[in-house]
Design a protein around this ligand. Structure first.
Ligand code: F6P
Length: 484
């Protein structure tokens, strides 16, 4: 069973006005779909709108189990605690996290609803895989309700250093909730290290490498660092380690080979006036993505005459996200002000320095954009992984294109042949952009070949297989023991 904040389907209305479900195009769905179909699995999640109360239903052979949220729960659990407390906190407080006790209470209540729904329908001894920061209490709650289950958890976003995490008034409850899992997965080795350090600091439990020893019965209610209860008690072993997520690379490679997609890429270049260089940014409109830093560097290069807006254009796709959260509204205003200024100063009739698109696009259009772009800019200030970087690389079978990649994105652990940048260093970003624009063809090809090898060899199917193998193994190894 998969438990995630969102169901992997979107509600669409067909031409006759009938409501239908359509599979969402995410990588997680692609990774788990074949497995879910063959194992009679179920996916527990929120349908994405307020007060949608639905019985479980089948879609494309997957059992969907909707969890209803009312408007107040969406405000407090999703927009509030998940996206205005945990999200900024876990992304190194780039924005100030808000701490509200009523948000926390709703987070607990909604996590309990997910856990109870799952506990009700899971077969005896089932494997349950819980996803992401919205549901960190679910592993602990599930273990209490159903000790027979094998429970995995994967955190898709960063896990912060203890100095930052310790701000959270409910830090012990979160760690306890996570420790209900048998295997806790993180994007980066550093994230797993931050987590085990928090476990030691808050609970004093023994950790050795990727293993954490948790006293049995202590997974969801331990609240102090007192270790006196530990000696002699039976211990449960929890694995906490990095499993860097990836994309369904083959589907991107196939899309990039389609003649209609390639024709669209050529059309995009033409519509942009066939500039010498097209640069591309693709992000949710989120303050973690460093869009402002990217625009600042680009604007300065234009101002200094080191780039000419007639030769180069930047396409910035900023897809709408979490639009009712104040920090996201403010970001939109800032970004759009900056785009307007740069275009006003450096554009000309029929040619803008920046093509700014506050829209989401289907995968075909994204791949056409990737194929059209000479330089891909990923300037995240903090990012769990950044799958856009991997998507760009997967599509470039022609070995063209240069990836500029922030070292603060998890993808940089793997994609060492990109031009790696510190996005806070604006001069460094400017140098990296110029290097990318001017990079000789032979070097582009050499770098892209190495990058593609990494992405094609480590796709999302491998990611889920490795995680689930570890989970199965940890369950069969009788992890409860008096010795370790
Ligand atoms: O990876 C982080 C994440 O929050 C996912 O959990 C989510 O699917 C995605 O980003 C988009 O965010 P949201 O569900 O808030 O629109």
């Amino acid at each position: 069973m998969v438990v995630a904040n969102r169901l992997p389907v979107d509600s669409v209305t067909d031409s006759n006005g009938n409501q239908q479900w359509r599979m969402s195009p995410g990588g997680l769905v692609a990774a788990l779909e074949p497995l879910m179909k063959t194992t009679d699995g179920a996916w527990v999640g929120w349908p994405g709108a307020a007060d949608v109360v639905l019985e479980p239903f089948e879609h494309e052979n997957i059992r969907m189990v909707p969890v209803a949220l009312n408007a107040e729960e969406i405000e407090r659990y999703y927009e509030g605690f998940s996206n205005d407390t945990l999200w900024p906190l876990y992304h190194d407080v780039i924005a100030q996290p808000s701490y509200h006790r009523e948000w926390w209470e709703t987070y607990v209540a909604v996590n309990r609803r997910f856990a109870e729904t799952t506990a009700r329908i899971a077969d005896v001894g089932a494997t349950v895989w819980v996803h992401d920061y919205q549901l960190q209490l679910v592993p602990g709650m599930l273990r209490e309700l159903r000790p027979d289950l094998t429970i995995g958890f994967f955190n898709h976003i960063p896990f912060p250093a203890y100095g930052i995490f310790s701000q959270l008034p409910w830090r012990q409850q979160i760690i306890s909730g996570l420790l209900g899992a048998d295997v806790i997965g993180f994007q980066r080795v550093a994230d797993a290290g931050n987590f085990t350090r928090a476990v030691r600091r808050l609970f004093g439990y023994e950790t050795k490498g990727t293993r954490v020893w948790v006293p049995v019965g202590d997974s969801s209610d331990a609240t102090t660092g007192d270790r006196s209860h530990v000696s002699g008690a039976p211990m449960r072993r929890v694995i906490a380690r990095a499993y860097p997520i990836s994309i369904d690379a083959t589907s991107y490679v196939e899309l990039a080979q389609r003649p209609d997609v390639q024709a669209r890429a050529r059309q995009i270049r033409e519509e942009l006036g066939n500039p010498r260089t097209i640069m591309l940014g693709v992000d949710r409109l989120d303050y973690t993505k460093g869009i402002g830093h990217r625009l600042k560097a680009y604007g300065e290069l234009l101002a200094e005459g080191r780039l000419d807006a007639h030769d180069v254009t930047l396409v910035q796709v900023a897809s709408p996200s979490r639009e009712r959260v104040a920090s996201y509204m403010q970001l939109r205003d800032e970004i759009e002000l900056t785009v307007g200024r740069i275009n006003g100063d450096y554009g000309s009739i029929g040619h803008s320095a920046i093509n700014y698109l506050h829209q989401g696009y289907p995968r075909e259009e994204m791949v056409a954009l990737y194929l059209a772009a000479d330089v891909m800019l990923v300037t995240a200030l903090r990012d769990g992984m950044n799958l856009v970087a991997k998507e760009y690389v997967a599509t470039r079978a022609d070995l063209g294109g240069v990836l500029v990649l922030s070292e603060f994105a998890g993808a940089s652990d793997d994609l060492r042949q990109a031009i790696l940048i510190n996005p806070h260093d604006i001069e460094g970003v400017k140098e990296a952009i110029l290097k990318a624009v001017e990079m000789p063809v032979a070097e582009r090809r050499r770098r892209m070949r190495a990058l593609r090898k990494r992405v094609l060899e480590n796709d999302v199917v491998k990611w889920s297989r490795v995680f689930l193998e570890e989970l199965t193994q940890s369950a069969t190894e009788h992890p409860v023991s008096h010795e370790h």
